[in-house]
Design a protein around this ligand. Structure first.
Ligand code: 5GP
Ligand code: ZN
Length: 116
């Protein structure tokens, strides 16, 4: 299922351009428009899922695909060795602003922990 007015569904459909760095059958990875680190890539499912909180047991394969995709992106972007963060925000209070599940892959600099 896709959502007509969802920004990331529109990117999946090619209606909005994106700098795609890798893709798989069930997912797409593209550069964040407002990068917070030298490498900042978003990994999203092609199918519309609102957030991790909306995942169902039958989405187990898709969930695994997204984490494996994050690791692939890190390798392709050359940050697998130096370290990176794979993070997904759930809900507005946690910083989610686009309500189509996405994993941020951030690296290329030292990452502070804990986040604010
Ligand atoms: P969130 O705040 O929901 O965790 O992350 C949404 C991310 O999407 C933000 O980091 C934001 O910069 C990025 N973003 C918002 N609009 C666009 C867009 O049109 N294209 C791309 N590539 N990234 C976007
Ligand atoms: Zn969507």
């Amino acid at each position: 299922m896709v959502s007509d007015d969802c920004l990331f569904c529109r990117i999946v459909r090619g209606e909005i351009p994106a700098d795609v760095v890798a893709e798989g059958e069930s997912w797409l990875a593209f550069r964040d428009i407002q990068p917070q680190a030298p490498v900042h890539v978003l990994v999203i499912p092609r199918r519309h899922v609102e957030s991790v909180d909306s995942l169902a047991p039958e989405d187990a394969d898709l969930s695994g695909d997204l984490l494996l995709a994050a690791a692939e992106v890190a390798r392709v972007e050359g940050i697998a060795e130096s370290g990176y963060r794979a993070v997904t925000n759930v809900g507005e209070r946690a910083g989610q602003s686009v309500f189509h599940l996405h994993v941020h892959v951030l690296g290329g600099r030292r990452m502070r922990w804990p986040p604010g």
